[in-house]
Design a protein around this ligand. Structure first.
Ligand SMILES: O=C([O-])CC(=O)C(=O)O
Ligand SMILES: [Mg+2]
Length: 229
């Protein structure tokens, strides 16, 4: 088996950092409900919220050798994105590799497999989104690829794409559309802020969003009561 280690062109840092100001739900909606990584990949501890540029790693099942190769490719502001070539629950990543990548400025890990040392990762404040938590160990025998396109949690991700992740899960934003998605996220947040203000003042979402006519056309009827406003 061969190994491919590529350099990547990363999304622009200012765009990436600005995307960190938006939640996964907002970013996902802002790019037309695309890019959402399988929600089965959950944060291993609550409260982390990151955005960074993907360093992609394709790993054989039960073998984390390529993570060690990937460490060298990581730069400040990156997120490691790891997918096994066939399903694996093994604990590929723990506090030791986290320490190594954190020293290179990596902001977190998204892995479509297992991770371990969760208490230590939380203590370090190193964010991880994983399909499994498993103490089961991995070997270092077989090669894979670094910074080639991978499918992680059902999404095709290229090196240098943007990953945004929070308590809801993780979303991938292609490098080429990151700036457009950022603008759309800002617009969406402004719209939601306006709605939130009106809801807080007691206005009904049915009125704020002009839903009543459509509901009536669909046949919604109120039995034995007048609609209250
Ligand atoms: O060493 C490993 O294979 C994974 C791990 O537990 C760590 O990085 O701490
Ligand atoms: Mg460990």
């Amino acid at each position: 088996m061969s190994i491919v280690v590529r350099n990547s062109r990363r999304a622009e840092r200012a765009t990436v950092d600005a995307l960190a100001g938006f939640g996964v739900a907002t970013v996902h909606e802002a790019q037309g409900r695309t890019g959402l990584i399988d929600p089965a990949l959950r944060p291993v501890w609550a409260g982390a919220h990151i955005a960074g540029t993907a360093v992609t790693v394709s790993v054989p099942p039960g073998d984390n050798w390529m993570l060690h190769v990937a460490v060298e490719q990581c730069r400040e502001g990156d997120v490691l994105v790891v997918a096994p070539t066939s399903p694996s629950e093994a604990g590929y990543f723990g506090d030791l590799i986290a320490t190594a990548v954190a020293a290179r400025g990596v902001r977190g890990l998204v892995i479509d497999a297992g991770c371990r040392d969760v208490a230590e990762l939380q203590r370090m404040g190193f964010p991880v989104w994983a399909r499994h938590i498993s103490a089961f160990g991995t070997v270092k025998e077989t090669l894979g690829d670094v910074n080639t396109p991978i499918v992680c949690g059902g999404q095709r991700i290229e090196a240098g794409d943007v990953i945004v992740a929070d308590d809801d899960g993780a979303v991938a934003v292609p490098r080429a559309t990151a700036a457009t998605v950022l603008a759309a996220a800002r617009a969406r947040e402004e719209k939601e802020a306006a709605s939130r203000k009106r809801y807080a003042s007691g206005e009904l979402s049915l009125d704020v969003n002009a839903m009543r006519e459509r509901l009536a056309r669909k046949g919604l009827t109120y039995v034995d009561q007048e609609p209250t406003r």
